[in-house]
Structures are given as structure tokens and as C-alpha cells.
Design a protein around this ligand. Structure first.
Ligand code: ADP
Length: 501
């Protein structure tokens, strides 16, 4: 099939504005699709402050889009940006998007988030309809753009260039569904005839995730395991029944990384470069990290690391419960993250108690993150659930061996030492308990102290192919199947997307 015209509509994309893995995906999957000869445009809000601090050059477009929301006419200027060869359209509305944070103050959310993203969704659809070519696919992501498929099917069918467009909706995290009081339906002109249990109503509220599950032509999640998990009560966040109703259009495609962006051979933020077979630089990075953290410089001491949102999902409590015993055993631990206030306070307190072994940096810091990925021996992800997880993939690329709970994308991307010793890239544990986690850490430390085994695990991790290549092809097949569905394409798609890596 000739190159497709694909539009991504999303609320964040690296390097323009990032709070987590969603930004990594939206910033890198389009580049991989471009390599497959497709045209891709990414539409994002014009986050003035974030764009300025990321040093992104933008150009005002002649077009302005007029739309109504909450009884007010909004005139939205559009801007363009080209970043790493990728075309962005940015929707300006300063009182909504030129804020200090993307979604709200730490631990909270802006009260007008539905207004902010519904307005963005509308303008994004109108912008897509003004591109020079007919749009084949609109790919939207998470609750912020969950209303896009519904709006397209109900209110934007008169726009010729998007009238036949197929929609793909990717669930990056089912736990954030975008729930808002029903009064917004009329204030924002959301199609009210879909406000019922089979549509976007959920316990009397608007649910943006449901709107997308109902209306999109295809639903994907970011790993095959998570696609199966969300159909269960344990992981379904109460939408498992609704997802079952739409399971025929659900599949899982594991995320990739922008391997040029995350490359220890060329990364400028780390103390020394390294890669598979050139490990001397990794030792220098460990030393630099130990100095940065105020730890004793010691090649023998295991240096454990974590970079994460400090949310309940991430199993931070399992780490906190183990810090005392780990300190007694002489491990070093470096954590970078922010989020839940209680976790932040507990970690700060513990870092004051063990200043020579435990370093905690509260905040979001890309350069420090790179130094930690490069300097650590082990990377911890004891997540309660993990749709895909990028941290463990970046860690492997930087030779930091992941110790992960066997859930979602962690299960699909980290090969467990206890399952296949010769191909292992990390260690799994199953139960979400501090004891089970500690047993896995003890095993990791014991392997670390057996250099012959450790260097093989680390080398496997360093060599793992975390690029987008095969997953971008899976998305390509999905897009093509939506445009020209044939049973052969369907069979092929199921095979590719449902086999764990
Ligand atoms: P999630 O999207 O659930 O937060 P992922 O593992 O998928 O988790 O992606 C997290 C991304 O955000 C990774 O690129 C990670 O390096 C980055 N990240 C998380 N916390 C921080 C932080 N405090 N500082 C810098 N980067 C961070």
C-alpha cells in the first residue's frame, strides 16, 4: 500500500513537552513510521513555557481556527515546528496551555482539564482536515484525546479530508480515564446521545476513555500482556466488561525506543560513552554517579537505581519498605522522581537518615536521568501494573540490569534469568510484596557478585533490540488492515501482536 497520511493527536511528545512514557512514544513512533515511507503530522497543544524551555523553534501559521467551548468563542492560532525532521502543528490558546505544568500542580489536576483537552481535540480535528492531503489514519492517545474518535464520527463528518479517516486509539494507561461531571456535556457540546452505559457514561460521569473505546476503529495497548490483563478484574480498572464488549478491535503492540536519542555510545549527558563490547565507559559512569550522590566510590558495591513517577502504580512502597534492610547490607540506592507527596516525604526522610548510601532527587531532570541509567548496576521497577514501561528498556540499553515485577510490558520486554538463563536481560518477581521483591534483589546482588554471569546478563541487556523497527511495522499492518480489511491481513496482525517478545 502506498505511503499513508497519518495524523497523531496527543497531549505530549518528547522533546517538546514530557511528563512520562507517552511523550517518548509520540515523539518516536512517528519517526519510525516515516522511515516506512508514511507521512506523519503530530498535533499538540502549544505549551508555550515548555516549548521555550526545551528550546523548540516554532513558526506561526496563517491559519486560525475558531471554535466554541463553555459559551465562549475561542480563536486558536496555529503554529508549526519541525523537530528531528518530524512535522508538528501546535494549537495556541495561552490561557489554557501556557501554564507551568501540563496537567496540573504536583499530585493534582487542573480543574478545567476537560475544557482544555476537548477544545484541543476539536481544533486538532479541524487542523487535520486542512492538511494538503486526505487523512488516512488519526492515531490518538490516552484520555486527553479520547473524545476525538467520537467527535469525528458524530460532528466532523462534513469535513471532506477526514470524513473517511480511520481512528486508532492507544491506551497507554487505563488507570487515567478522564472522568468529569456530566454538566460539561452541554457546556462543551459533547454528543449527549452517547451518554449512556454503552457509550461514554460511567457512574453518572463523563469518561473520555470509554468514548474512545466505543468509537475508535481500533484500540491498542502498549504491550501484548497488558492487552490481555486489562480484560481482567484485577487490571481492568472497572472497564474490563466494556473492553470485553469491544475486544474484537483490541490488540497489544509493544513500545519501542528512539535508539538514536537513547544511545550510550553518543549520549552527551553521561561521564563516558560505552556500548556492547565497550564497557569501560560504564564503569566511569558508575564512579561519576557515586561521586554525584555523595557515596563511597566502589566498583564492588551494588548500585541500585530507580527513575519514576512516584505513583502507587509504580510500587514505590515496596522500595520504601526495603530501604532499611538494603542499607544494612551495604547497597547503594539512587532514586530520581516526583509525584505522590507521601512517598516524596518518606524518601526524603530516608535519604537524610542514610546520606552515604541513599540519594533521592525530587523532581524531573532529563540529564540526571541519563546519568543514573548509565551509572547504575540495577534498575528497579516493582510496578503493581505496567502497560509497557520505558524505564526498563532505557536501563537495558544503558547496561543497567532491570529487576521487575512480571506484569504487563515488563514481562514482555525483560527476559527473566530464572526462565532462560543464557538469554536473560534481567530478573522477574511475581507477588507485589516487599518480601518477594527483596528476594529478587538478593538474587540480583548474588548474580552481580558472580562476574561471569553478571557480565553475560548485562551484555544481553545492552544488545537487546529496543528499536521501533518491528513494532512500527505492526502499527503499519494495523493501519493498512483498517483501510483495506482482508482476512489474511487480520490473521497476520493477530500473530504479530499477541506473541510476547
Ligand atoms: P510512565 O509513562 O508510566 O511514567 P514509563 O516507564 O513508560 O513510565 O516512562 C517514563 C519516562 O519518563 C522514561 O523516559 C523516564 O526516563 C522518564 N522519567 C520518569 N521520571 C523522570 C524524572 N523524574 N526525571 C526524568 N525523567 C523521568
Amino acid at each position: 500500500m502506498a505511503g499513508l497520511n497519518i495524523v497523531f493527536i496527543a497531549s505530549e511528545a518528547a522533546p517538546l513537552a514530557k511528563t512520562g512514557g507517552l511523550a517518548d512514544v509520540v515523539g518516536s513512533l512517528p519517526l519510525a513510521l516515516k522511515k516506512l515511507e508514511h507521512q506523519v503530522t503530530v498535533i499538540l497543544p502549544f505549551y508555550r513555557k515548555h516549548l521555550a524551555s526545551a528550546g523548540i523553534k516554532t513558526r506561526p501559521l496563517k491559519e486560525e481556527i475558531e471554535t466554541w467551548a463553555d459559551g465562549i468563542q475561542h480563536l486558536c492560532p496555529l503554529h508549526s515546528a519541525k523537530v528531528d525532521g518530524l512535522d508538528f502543528i501546535l494549537v495556541e490558546q495561552d490561557h489554557l496551555y501556557a501554564r507551568d505544568e501540563l496537567y496540573g500542580p504536583p499530585g493534582g489536576a487542573y480543574e478545567d482539564n476537560l475544557l482544555r483537552y476537548l477544545l484541543f481535540d476539536r481544533v486538532a480535528l479541524e487542523s487535520a482536515a486542512r492538511l494538503s492531503n486526505r487523512v488516512d489514519i488519526i492515531h490518538c492517545h490516552d484520555w486527553q484525546t479520547g473524545m476525538v474518535p467520537l467527535l469525528l464520527k458524530t460532528q466532523y463528518q462534513n469535513l471532506a479530508k477526514i470524513a473517511d479517516t480511520k481512528t486508532v486509539y492507544t491506551i497507554h494507561n487505563l488507570a487515567y480515564q478522564g472522568s468529569f461531571p456530566a454538566e460539561w456535556i452541554h457546556r462543551l457540546g459533547i454528543p449527549s446521545h452517547h451518554f449512556h452505559p454503552g457509550g461514554f457514561e460511567f457512574h453518572g460521569q463523563i469518561n473520555c476513555m470509554k468514548a474512545a473505546i466505543e468509537s475508535s476503529d481500533s484500540i491498542t495497548t502498549v504491550s501484548p500482556s497488558y492487552a490481555g490483563e486489562i480484560l481482567t478484574r484485577e487490571y481492568g480498572c472497572q472497564l474490563e466488561g466494556f473492553l470485553h464488549d469491544h475486544a474484537s478491535k483490541l490488540s497489544g503492540i509493544v513500545n519501542g525506543l528512539n535508539i538514536d536519542e537513547w544511545n550510550p555510545l553518543s549520549d552527551q549527558a553521561i561521564a563516558a560513552n560505552f556500548g556492547p563490547g565497550e564497557i569501560a565507559g560504564k564503569n566511569k559512569c558508575k564512579k561519576a554517579l557515586q561521586i554525584h550522590c555523595g557515596f563511597k566510590v566502589s566498583a564492588e558495591t551494588p548500585l541500585l537505581t530507580l527513575i519514576s513517577r512516584l505513583a502507587e502504580q509504580k510500587g514505590i512502597d515496596l522500595i520504601i519498605a526495603n530501604i532499611g534492610p538494603w542499607m544494612k547490607r551495604g547497597y547503594q540506592l539512587a532514586i530520581l522522581g516526583s509525584g505522590d507527596r507521601k512517598n516524596e516525604r518518606l524518601l526524603q526522610k530516608l535519604s537524610r537518615k542514610y546520606p552515604q548510601q541513599f540519594y533521592f532527587f525530587r523532581g524531573f531532570n532529563e540529564s540526571l536521568a541519563r546519568q543514573i541509567y548509565a551509572g547504575g548496576d540495577m534498575f528497579l521497577m516493582p510496578s503493581r501494573f505496567e502497560p509497557c514501561g520505558l524505564g526498563q528498556m532505557i536501563a537495558m540499553r544503558y547496561g543497567s540490569v532491570p529487576v521487575v515485577r512480571a506484569t504487563g510490558g515488563l514481562r514482555d520486554t525483560v527476559t527473566d534469568y530464572n526462565a532462560i538463563k543464557s538469554k536473560a536481560t534481567g530478573i522477574h518477581f511475581s507477588m507485589a510484596t516487599s518480601r518477594a521483591f527483596d528476594i529478587a534483589i538478593k538474587q540480583a546482588v548474588s548474580l552481580y557478585r558472580t562476574p561471569r554471569i553478571w557480565s553475560r546478563i548485562r551484555s544481553n541487556a545492552l544488545k537487546r533490540d529496543s528499536s521501533w523497527n518491528s513494532s512500527a511495522q505492526a502499527y503499519e499492518r494495523l493501519y493498512e488492515s483498517l483501510i483495506a480489511w482482508t482476512p489474511a491481513v487480520a490473521n497476520d496482525l493477530v500473530k504479530v501482536t499477541s506473541s510476547p517478545m
